[in-house]
Design a protein. Structure first.
Length: 129
C-alpha cells in the first residue's frame, strides 16, 4: 500500500501524506508507514528527498549499479528526476581517501527547473531582451 501511494503520487510525498492516502485501508499509525518506507529504501525501491523530507519512487534498482542516485528537483513543478553516474562516486571516494573521511551515506540533490518549466522562462527571457 505504501509503495502504491508513493507511485501514484507522481511527486515527492511525505510520510503523513502517505498515511492519509492509506488510512481507509486500516493503517492508522505513522510508525507503520515509516517501517514500510525504511524497507522500501533498503530494497532500493524508494528514495528519500532529504531537502523536502519526502519520498519518491526509484527509477529502478538496476540504476544504482552505475553510481549513487542523484536527484534533480524542479523548484516549480516539484518533479524529481533521478540519474546515476559512477564518476561522481569515484570522485567522492578519491576526496574521502585524501581527507581521511569515512563516508557513511551519500545524498546528492540538485535544485533548479526541469526542461518543461525552463521553456516558459526562456520564452519570457527572450521577450524581455
Amino acid at each position: 500500500m505504501v509503495l502504491e501511494a508513493i507511485s501514484h503520487a507522481g511527486k515527492p510525498v511525505s510520510a503523513y501524506d502517505i498515511l492519509d492516502e492509506i488510512r481507509p485501508y486500516g493503517i492508522r499509525s505513522p510508525v507503520q508507514v515509516y517501517r514500510a518506507i525504511k524497507k522500501l529504501i533498503e530494497d532500493g525501491t524508494v528514495h528519500k528527498v532529504e531537502s523536502l523530507n519526502a519520498f519518491v519512487l526509484c527509477v529502478g534498482p538496476h540504476a544504482h549499479r552505475r553510481g549513487s542516485a542523484i536527484l534533480a528537483i524542479c523548484e516549480q513543478c516539484g518533479r524529481v528526476t533521478e540519474f546515476c553516474d559512477d564518476s561522481v562516486d569515484r570522485r567522492l571516494a578519491e576526496w574521502a581517501r585524501s581527507e581521511g573521511f569515512q563516508i557513511g551515506s551519500v545524498s546528492i540533490e540538485v535544485n533548479g527547473r526541469c526542461a518543461d518549466c525552463s521553456v516558459g522562462i526562456a520564452f519570457v527571457d527572450a521577450r524581455i531582451r
